[in-house]
Design a protein around this ligand. Structure first.
Ligand code: AMP
Ligand code: GLY
Length: 424
C-alpha cells in the first residue's frame, strides 16, 4: 500500500514510525511531516489543512490509504472528499467529526442516548446564558461551541467569573465564530483521564487509557498547553473501569452515531472525568491525542497499518491487537517561552544519543533541518522523548535519561511527568 499520512506533529511521527514497520507498506508519504518523520517517510510540502492539495496528491502519488492525524481537516470534510475518490481513509466524515467540532451537538447526542456527561444547556445569546447561570448558582464551565484550539473552555467558580466568561466568548468574540454558540455545564469533580478506542462505523475496540499533563510547569502549575507529557496505560483506568467506559460510553456512542446516520470511523478519544458516580464524558476528540499517541503507539505490538486500515474499512472484527505489557511514558521538550512566545531555529544536538538508549524513542513534534542540515526547533512543542518500562516509574526514569542525553539549551520540560500514576 502507498499511504499518505496527514499532519506534522509528534502524534504523526508516532503514527509514521508505527506504520513504517508494516510489511504491507510500499511507500509512506507525509504532508507536511517534519524532520523526524522524514526518517521513515517522504515529506511532501502540502499543509494538513490544504484539502484540495491533499486530494490532488492522493491521485498523483497513487495513494491507496490516507491516515489523518489532526482534527481540523476532518471537521472540514477531508475524509468525505477522499472517500468520494474511493480511497479508504482513517478518520471520520465531517458529520461524524462534529463530535469534536460542535460541543453542543456532542452534548445533545449524549443526552439523547443517555450516555453519562455533565448536565448542560446550549445558548446562542448572552442574556439567557447569564439567567441560567444565576438560577443554577453553582460553579459552571462555559464552553465555546466550535473548535478553539483547546482554549474555548472557561472554568468559573463564581457568578461573576461565569458572566465574564459568557461576555468573553459571546460579546468580545475571543474565539471568533466558534463562540457564536456556547454550552454551559455543571462543574464535575474527579480525576481526569483519556481513553482511546478504534471505531469502524459499527464496532469499537479499546486502545487503552492515558493521562496527559496540560499545565506547563511541574505540579500542574502555569498556563495550559497542548500537553507536556503523557503515559499509557493509566492506572486510574483499570480493567474494570475500561470495561465500564466501553459499555457505558464508547459502544453506545458508536451505536448512536450509526443510528443518527453519521457512522463513526477512526479513533474516538474520550476526555473523561472519573467521578464518584463513575466515568463521565468531558469531551470527545476525533483523532489521537498529542502526546498521548506516542506512548500508545510505543506499546502497540500489532501491525499498525493493518489496524488503521481495518478501522477505515469496517473490518475491526478481523483483527486482534497485541500490546506490550509495559508502560510507556512521553516527556515533551518544548522551546523556552512555550506556550507563549518562543524562538524557532535553535539547534538541537545528540538526539541520536537518546535514541540509542534501551527502549527510548524520540518522536519529533516541531523540528526542521536548517540550510546546514542541522536539526532545529520549528515549533512550541519540539520533541517527545518516549520510553518503555515495567512500571510508570521505570518508564519515567528512562525517558528522563533520554531527555538528559539531548543537548538543546533553548529547550525545557516538566520533570514530573507521570506523578499521578507513580503516587498511586
Ligand atoms: P475540554 O476542552 O472540554 O476538554 O476542557 C478543557 C479542560 O477543562 C478539561 O481538560 C477539564 O480539565 C476542564 N473541564 C471541562 N469541562 C469540565 C467540567 N464540566 N467539569 C470540570 N472540569 C471541566
Ligand atoms: N493532549 C491533548 C490533546 O491532544 O488534545
Amino acid at each position: 500500500m502507498n499511504v499518505l499520512l496527514v499532519g506534522g506533529g509528534g502524534r504523526e511521527h508516532a503514527l509514521a514510525w508505527a506504520i513504517s514497520k508494516s510489511p504491507k507498506l510500499t511507500k509512506l508519504y507525509a504532508a507536511p511531516g517534519n524532520a523526524g518523520i522524514a526518517d521513515v517517510a517522504e515529506c511532501i510540502d502540502i499543509d494538513a489543512e490544504d484539502i484540495r492539495g491533499l486530494c490532488a496528491a492522493v491521485t498523483d502519488l497513487k495513494i491507496d490509504f490516507v491516515v489523518v492525524g489532526p482534527e481540523a481537516p476532518l471537521v472540514e470534510g477531508l475524509a468525505d472528499k477522499i472517500n468520494a475518490m474511493d480511497i479508504p481513509v482513517f478518520g471520520p466524515s465531517a458529520a461524524a467529526a462534529e463530535l469534536e467540532g460542535s460541543k453542543g451537538m456532542m452534548k445533545d447526542l449524549l443526552a439523547k442516548y443517555d450516555i453519562p456527561t455533565a448536565d448542560y444547556q446550549r445558548f446562542d445569546e448572552p442574556d439567557a446564558a447569564k439567567e441560567y447561570i444565576r438560577v443554577k448558582n453553582h460553579p459552571v464551565v462555559v464552553k465555546a461551541d466550535g473548535l478553539a484550539a483547546g482554549k474555548g473552555v472557561i472554568l468559573s467558580h463564581t457568578l461573576n467569573e461565569a458572566y465574564a466568561a459568557v461576555d468573553h466568548i459571546m460579546i468580545e468574540e475571543a474565539f471568533g465564530h466558534a463562540g457564536a454558540e456556547i454550552v454551559i455545564e455543571e462543574f464535575m469533580v474527579g480525576e481526569e483521564a483519556s481513553f482511546f478506542a478504534l471505531c469502524d462505523g459499527t464496532r469499537a475496540i479499546p486502545l487503552g487509557g492515558a493521562q496527559d499533563h496540560k499545565q506547563v510547569h511541574d505540579g500542574d502549575h502555569g498556563a495550559n498547553t497542548g500537553g507536556m507529557g503523557a503515559y499509557s496505560p493509566a492506572p486510574v483506568l483499570d480493567d474494570a473501569m475500561q470495561k465500564q467506559i466501553m459499555d457505558k460510553i464508547i459502544t453506545p456512542t458508536v451505536e448512536a452515531m450509526a443510528k443518527e446516520g453519521a457512522p463513526y470511523t477512526g479513533v474516538l478519544f474520550a476526555g473523561l472525568m472519573i467521578t464518584e458516580d463513575g466515568p463521565k464524558v468531558i469531551e470527545f476528540n476525533v483523532r489521537f491525542g498529542d502526546p498521548e499517541c506516542q506512548p500508545i503507539m510505543s506499546r502497540l505490538k500489532s501491525d499498525a497499518l493493518d489496524m488503521l486500515h481495518a478501522a477505515a474499512t469496517g473490518n475491526l472484527d478481523k483483527i486482534k491487537l497485541k500490546w506490550d505489557k509495559r508502560a510507556a511514558l512521553t516527556v515533551v521538550l518544548a522551546a523556552k517561552g512555550y506556550p507563549g512566545k518562543y524562538r524557532k531555529g535553535t539547534v538541537i544536538k545528540r538526539v541520536e544519543d537518546a535514541n540509542a538508549l534501551d527502549d527510548v524513542t524520540v518522536f519529533h513534534a516541531g523540528t526542521a533541518l536548517n540550510d546546514d542540515g542541522a536539526l532545529v526547533a520549528n515549533g512550541g512543542r519540539v520533541l517527545g522523548v518516549t520510553a518503555l518500562g515495567d512500571t510508570v516509574a521505570e518508564a519515567q526514569k528512562r525517558a528522563y535519561a533520554g531527555v538528559d542525553a539531548i543537548d538543546w539549551p533553548e529547550g525545557f520540560c516538566r520533570r514530573d511527568i507521570g506523578w499521578r500514576a507513580i503516587d498511586r
